[in-house]
Write a protein of this length. Structure first.
Length: 127
């Protein structure tokens, strides 16, 4: 019984050290973690940095993707301001896009995500 406890404690310490090293090395998308702002903080940052207004970002994204605008959140990733925008497509699919809050340009999706705007958890439309 005591030997099993010692082995488990040693294993836990090895795991802790591995996780700490992984995090310190910048693993787990450390560079991609963005802090999203509250509505009042968004208003302050839009004024301070002359960013695109949330309504304008929603309207532009909805027109470009031919979908209904649902929500936009301003997020900060380092020195970059990005809107995380959720749209509803006519066929009922949710579309998530990112837009540069300074330029108003949509940000290309990473290669691992579907190119048709569908999220990995969305079901294909039935015909």
């Amino acid at each position: 019984m005591n030997r099993g406890f010692v082995v488990m404690a040693a294993l836990a310490n090895v795991c802790r050290a591995a996780v700490a090293g992984f995090v310190l090395a910048g693993g787990a998308h450390a560079a991609e973690v963005a802090a999203c702002l509250s509505a009042s903080d968004t208003r302050e940052q839009v004024r301070a940095h002359k960013l695109l207004e949330p309504y304008a970002a929603l309207k532009t994204a909805a027109q470009q993707r031919k979908a209904e605008a649902l929500s936009a959140r301003l997020c900060v990733n380092g020195d970059d301001y990005v809107y995380e925008i959720t749209l509803l497509h006519r066929d009922g699919r949710l579309i998530h896009v990112e837009m540069n809050a300074g330029t108003g340009k949509l940000i290309a999706r990473p290669a691992h995500e579907p190119k048709d705007g569908r999220d990995a958890h969305d079901q294909p439309a039935k015909n």
